[in-house]
Design a protein around this ligand. Sequence first.
Ligand code: CP
Ligand code: NVA
Length: 319
Amino acid sequence: MSKQNNKNDFISITDLSVKETWQILFFAKKLKEELKKTGSNKTILQNKTLAMIFEKPSLRTRISFEAGMTQLGGHAIYLSPNDIGIRKTEWERESVSDTAKVVSTMTDMIMARTYSHDTIKKLALSSDIPVINGLSDLEHPCQILADLMTIWETKGKLKGLTIGYVGDGENNVTHSLVLASTMLGMNFKCGSPNKFWMKKEIVDKAIKIAKNNSYIKQTIDPEEAVKETDVVITDTWISMGDEEEKIKRVQIFQPYQVNKKLMHYAKKDAIFMHCLPAYRNHEVTSEVIDGPQSVVLQEAENRLHVQKALMCYLLKVIK
Ligand code: CP
Ligand code: NVA
């Protein structure tokens, strides 16, 4: 676990060791089962407050953290750019470090969704309380915890599986996914157009932490990327912040659409995943995302369970 000022942060998926990742997944499973069976969880985060800083819109991240805190007996505060104005230009309202220091005096944990990954890192450096990355331009580690739980629930294991990702390789979801894959002993194939391959620094790190001889393969061929895979994953072609390139991207990524024909290259029992929000008939056809192989709603729901477990872990309620 990454440590700043003697507290735990979750900025990259690699801030968790393999052991810590499994501890969180097992605790998430327990919380999920308890919630389904009894309708509630124990109030283990009673009197705890989460500050949620959002520079970008969100459905899943916001409601899963907010509902998660409520279910654990705590409270979450939503802070939009209109509320606090984290400074990126000279006269915006407040610096990142002043924001972090003040929030640290009144709450127990920060979750932030920012444009720049550096903003999250600065928040973590200046705060005295744990900071969680709720999505930056570089990584989306909370999403990947939910993806791991979903794969584990449907396939019964992680180690030895092969993931096939198709679409924008150079985005937050892909980066956290490749890191988690090799760290947990899964192979990762990525099919993207030439200029949209995963960042080299991320691939190098993923190779360095690889377990179980897991491999990474990058290709421009979408069929090669999903061939014989256990899990097919895609994401939007236009991430938040990429809107200016919309027309260009829609054209370039068209051959990377996940449709029934492409799914045939994966194993027969392969599942289809997407972090959502999805743009039907762009990166994925309705037939696939609404079809029998799709687990996207289970994946979205699991955001709630893994994040509750993560918050308990960061606040040292589970060890
Ligand atoms: N998958 C995900 O992070 O969704 P939101 O952008 O709605 O939070
Ligand atoms: N890659 C997407 C993920 C959305 C949850 C984005 O950054 O917009």
